[in-house]
Design a protein around this ligand. Structure first.
Ligand SMILES: Nc1ncnc2c1ncn2[C@@H]1O[C@H](COP(=O)(O)OP(=O)(O)OP(=O)(O)O)[C@@H](O)[C@H]1O
Ligand SMILES: [Mg+2]
Length: 232
């Protein structure tokens, strides 16, 4: 489903930052993987590369056996719109659109009629507990509310792949649990492949596997067992 082969990404020239260094990773369809690691270890860089918003300096990234570097811009955009839901660390909501419009957007871009899209977006806002904020713009909402709008936007088209950058980072533990339950539900219903950056061990228990990054390298990959999932 998703495969990274010897992927490196460096930034700058005089003083080179090696954000990712020779990363190899395979995600099977329906697999849920938590990405953990200290600040600056390359987690967001990894997600940006997989969703095609950034390009590796060296190495290859394949989605369903297609090397995304071989696609032109239009095809890459289409792939992202159809297959990948992304929850950004900084949310990336469109500031001039209301919550309802932000959440409807992926459907509209995929050609769904406005009325239908807004109906589905309304239901999704309800699921993230923000039915009462439909007409609010991002600057009229709290950080946690914006995060939930970003989550609703990513989930609205039930993408086969979900990339989530600290999706519960700004939420209190109860709201965070609700969001994780929503991801569980999505996974159960659609067998969604999930790659989720988190600093939270509890959130990692909602995954099948945990990979740990340090200095741009994967230093460990371990299965989440039922035993650990029970907190023993
Ligand atoms: N556009 C960029 N230009 C220059 N350096 C960058 C750029 N993006 C990331 N970096 C550097 O690459 C490294 C990895 O960054 P990244 O954002 O992937 O870290 P992270 O693991 O997501 O950290 P955090 O937990 O703080 O979000 C950092 O040292 C960062 O400063
Ligand atoms: Mg990050």
């Amino acid at each position: 489903m998703i495969e990274l082969q010897n992927v490196s990404r460096s930034f700058g020239d005089a003083k080179l930052v090696q954000a990712l260094n020779q990363v190899n990773l395979r995600l099977a369809q329906g697999e849920r993987v938590a990405v953990m690691g200290p600040s600056g270890s390359g987690k967001s860089t990894l997600l940006n590369l997989i969703c095609g918003l950034d390009e590796p300096s060296t190495g290859a990234i394949k989605i369903d056996n297609v090397d995304i570097a071989s696609l032109d811009d239009d095809s890459r955009t289409r792939l992202r719109r159809q297959k990948i839901g992304m929850i950004f660390q900084t949310f990336n909501l469109l500031p001039t659109l209301t919550a309802l419009e932000n959440v409807s957007l992926p459907l509209r871009l995929n050609g769904v009629a406005k009325k239908d899209a807004e109906q589905r977006a309304t239901a999704m806002l309800q699921k993230v507990g923000l039915a009462g904020r439909a007409a609010h713009r991002p600057d009229q909402m709290s950080g946690g509310e914006r995060q939930r709008i970003a989550i609703a936007r990513a989930l609205i088209f039930a993408p086969p792949v979900l990339l989530a950058d600290e999706p519960t980072g700004n939420l209190d533990s109860k709201t965070g649990e609700e969001i994780l339950a929503l991801l569980d539900e999505l996974h159960r219903e659609f067998n969604t492949t999930i790659l989720m950056v988190t600093h939270n061990e509890e959130a990692a228990l909602h995954c099948d596997r945990v990979i740990r990054l340090r200095d741009g390298q994967i230093i460990s990959s371990s299965a989440v067992t039922a035993r650990t999932a029970e907190g023993q």
